[in-house]
Ligand binder design. Sequence first.
Ligand code: DQA
Length: 151
Amino acid sequence: MHASRLVFVLNGPNLNLLGKRQPEIYGAETLADVEAGCRALATSLGLELRFHQSNREYEIVDWIHEAREIAGGIAINPAAFTHTSVAILDALNAFDPPVIEVHISNVHKREAFRHHSFVSLRADGVIAGFGTQGYQLALRRLATLIESRSA
Ligand code: DQA
């Protein structure tokens, strides 16, 4: 079986403000910087990338549905929807290939309400507290998992 080398990177609410929003927690890089870094790495890993951000839960659900048809993996930072969204969990449960959950901050070091993740019930791996480097680690892991599914 040949797994698709197309990967979706999905970002939830307020991540459009990355670089401006609480830089002491989320750092100085913007989401455009993160996307550029992901694109450069994806090229070197031989992955094709779709990179999206939305403040609307339904758009993230719709992108997961789109990925179902065509993608070999998803890296998702659901942001605040991590802690609230059964809809995103249900959509990911309908997606078979690997899913990696990314958080820029170490959510376990923060408020108790950030310690629970609906998405972790589905994620194959979780990266938290590595700053924006977490996206790169997620892409590397997806490339490995896609290769092992194609072997
Ligand atoms: C976040 C952590 C979430 O708790 C928070 O709501 C976010 C960003 C992170 O990347 O660290 O918006 O997912």
